[in-house]
Design a protein around this ligand. Structure first.
Ligand SMILES: NC(=O)c1ccc[n+]([C@@H]2O[C@H](COP(=O)([O-])OP(=O)(O)OC[C@H]3O[C@@H](n4cnc5c(N)ncnc54)[C@H](OP(=O)(O)O)[C@@H]3O)[C@@H](O)[C@H]2O)c1
Length: 284
């Protein structure tokens, strides 16, 4: 199994890190322990992580400020991927910010907070009336992203929370280097999209790889993990790595112990029989 994959024109390790959990409860406000958050980020990069996922609306601003404090000046091989398309109100509610001027401000805010001149990859995060993907043209937002690319604010465009049809539409307009959607062992609606992106050499970045705010729990998974001498969530991450060559993982944690466990999951080799048992868990 390859431990790296292409993201835009960079090669990154498939086990990356998602920074969302570094903000306070509900991804709003500061974390309880800022020093611990900085230590987790530095440990991730020291251990070889070179793909970090973030957004300026985490906190808001909090995770980007922590990333900058922990890691700037950034190592040459580090790819920080952000997303635009959302904003928060004063109580922390998630609101759409999909107008061209809002998308531009979103990219500029990320650049400023992260102290970067150009973003390597920016995901256009579709936020509509519902939180899950819903059909409808995204051409206006993609056009705005293309303009930001032409202006030199970003090098590559990704999409998040999109349907296969929206990906196909965007792809007729510009190069799309990654798709970041909700996908994990027990949430597999995107299976066909994962496979078609793999065929085209495009990265698929599952968000909530561990189940998100309520990490995956399954008796069958726990039993299997025990046999393998691993934790259930390590097995869930290893399943994603085995699922297709183009999955890039960004598990989120504010805990040093969990970070170590998650990174170690990249070493877990799953046999064909184990993979079949895991496939059955997701479909029951
Ligand atoms: N595009 C989007 O719309 C979108 C949406 C959601 C997330 N994301 C991105 O995806 C990344 C990952 O998602 P996520 O962080 O929400 O969810 P996740 O990675 O599926 O799970 C994170 C949760 O699992 C816990 N955890 C992590 N490692 C663990 C371990 N080894 N053992 C036990 N518990 C563990 C964390 O708590 P502890 O802190 O206690 O470890 C946290 O509660 C985010 O950081 C963000 O960058 C994107």
């Amino acid at each position: 199994m390859q431990d790296t994959f292409k993201l835009g024109d960079r090669i990154v390790r498939r086990m990356g890190y998602g920074a969302m959990q570094l903000a306070g409860p509900g991804v709003f406000g500061p974390p309880k322990d800022r020093g611990a958050a900085i230590a987790v980020l530095r440990a991730a990069v020291d251990a070889g992580v070179n793909h970090i996922d973030t957004s300026d609306y985490y906190g808001p601003y909090v995770t980007n400020e922590i990333i900058r404090e922990a890691l700037h000046p950034y190592p040459d091989d580090l790819v920080i991927v952000t997303k635009v398309g959302g904003k928060r109100d004063e109580k922390g509610a998630w609101l759409p910010a999909q107008q061209p001027d809002e998308l531009k401000r979103g990219v500029e805010d990320n650049l400023k907070r992260l102290a970067l001149d150009v973003m390597e990859v920016v995901n256009l995060r579709i936020i509509g009336a519902v939180h899950a993907p819903s059909e409808g043209s995204i051409a206006q937002q993609v056009e705005a992203m293309v303009r930001l690319k032409e202006e030199g604010l970003l090098r590559h465009i990704g999409l998040s929370n999109v349907t296969a049809a929206q990906f196909a539409e965007a792809r007729t307009m510009t190069e799309i280097v990654c798709v970041q959607n909700h996908y994990n062992l027990v949430h597999r609606e995107d299976g066909d999209l994962v496979d078609s992106l793999a065929r085209d050499g495009i990265a698929y970045v599952p968000f909530f790889p561990l189940g998100g705010f309520s990490p995956i729990q399954s008796g069958a998974l726990s039993a299997l993990a025990e046999k393998l001498g691993a934790t259930p969530l390590q097995v869930a991450l290893a399943w994603l790595l085995h699922r297709a060559p183009n999955t890039l993982l960004i598990p989120g944690t504010s805990s040093m112990a969990h970070l170590r466990e998650n990174l170690a999951a990249a070493e877990l080799k799953l046999s064909r029989e184990t993979l079949a048992e895991l496939d059955a868990i997701g479909t029951t």
